[in-house]
Ligand binder design. Structure first.
Ligand SMILES: [Zn+2]
Length: 344
């Protein structure tokens, strides 16, 4: 069956994607890790998406996948480890640094509020990383649903980010996601208090369904140091809204590999969303199609399809499509490295 699915993937690529994709793609949202990145004794269950890639996913794995699935496209990356309690954050930073050349591949350090400012500075500088990847689950002392943006990024850590001009890849917290009133206030506060940091709001602020995004990008759109990435968003309406309502030179392509290598699609249902999943892996609000009612392609291809449709509807020029897929991120990450060199 998988051969059959791979043959269908090839048809999708030839018919729908090859003519649309530029020669270079910069994926600004990738998880790279190997066994050295986890605390001793960590193992992921068989139905965890990481099991699909053998619990190790590095640049060579991604490039091998891309050579098959995106033939003719040169892949550049910004990566970070697994943002969960299973990760050894220092070891992950060492691994991420070892995979990044700061030209074609960049990396971020996982950071938790418990890490001191000196610790996160060292993690970035010793491994020549370009920023921080916090995560709601790294905040302790309150239920994860009550975590705030400012809880995730203590002022001392943000002072380091502002001083060094670092990138922050922010997975915003709270059940209300982008539409949450406190998030709306704190996202803008973060950008305004630390104007030299560059804040990427991952997954378009986690707005996977239309009512979560409409009307809620204006605050950060007005902040020149705010960016969004499109990781795991395949909803053409959400993507079209972003292309129309957020500065196009600050929208970055991200795919969220290795999650995006799973077969599935994110769908809007009654002002919510679910991941319909074609393989038996557990993913957030996932619904597994155990009866194989439909045949799936990867989340990755579904994202590219959504982007293509949204770009057509929003009237993106060819050069804007190339900026979105490559130049915006290449410029952003390159500028962080150049600023750091200048300081030395
Ligand atoms: Zn991710």
């Amino acid at each position: 069956m998988s051969d059959d699915l791979q043959a269908r993937d090839r048809q999708i690529y030839e018919r729908e994607l090859r003519g649309f994709l530029p020669a270079r793609i910069f994926d600004a949202h990738v998880h790279f890790f190997d066994g050295s990145c986890f605390v001793a004794g960590t193992s992921f269950p068989a139905n965890h998406p990481y099991s699909k890639v053998g619990s190790t996913f590095g640049p060579s794995d991604y490039l091998a996948w891309a050579a098959d699935a995106l033939p003719g496209v040169e892949i550049h990356t910004n990566s970070f480890g697994h943002p969960g309690p299973e990760s050894d954050r220092d070891a992950s930073a060492v691994y991420t640094g070892s995979t990044a050349d700061n030209r074609r591949s960049y990396g971020l350090a996982l950071v938790a509020p418990a890490d001191s400012a000196a610790c996160v500075r060292r993690r970035v500088e010793q491994n020549q990383l370009v920023g921080f990847k916090p995560y709601p689950d790294f905040v302790t002392g309150k239920p994860v649903g009550e975590v705030t943006v400012h809880d995730m990024l203590p002022a001392e850590q943000m002072a380091v980010a502002d001083e060094l001009g670092l990138v922050i890849m922010l997975h915003i917290p709270r059940p209300g996601r982008l539409a949450d009133p406190l998030n709306q206030v704190q996202m803008v506060e973060l950008c305004e208090r630390y104007p030299n940091a560059r804040i990427i709001f991952a997954h378009i602020g986690r707005a996977y369904f239309l009512s979560n995004v409409v009307g809620f990008l204006d605050g950060i759109a007005a902040c020149p140091n705010a960016y969004i990435d499109t990781a795991m968003i395949n909803h053409e309406g959400v993507l079209e809204y972003a292309f129309r309502n957020f500065p196009r030179d600050r929208i970055l392509f991200g795919a969220d590999a290795p999650y995006a290598l799973v077969r599935g699609k994110s769908v809007e249902i009654n002002n919510q969303y679910a991941y319909l999943v074609g393989e038996d892996y557990t993913m957030g609000t996932g619904i597994y199609d155990a009866e194989h009612a439909v045949s799936f392609t990867t989340f990755y291809y579904e994202q590219l399809r959504g982007i293509k449709l949204a770009a057509e509807r929003a009237g993106l020029e060819r050069c804007e499509i190339e900026d979105f897929f490559f130049n915006n991120a290449d410029r952003l990450f390159g500028s962080v490295v150049r600023a750091a060199r200048h300081d030395m």
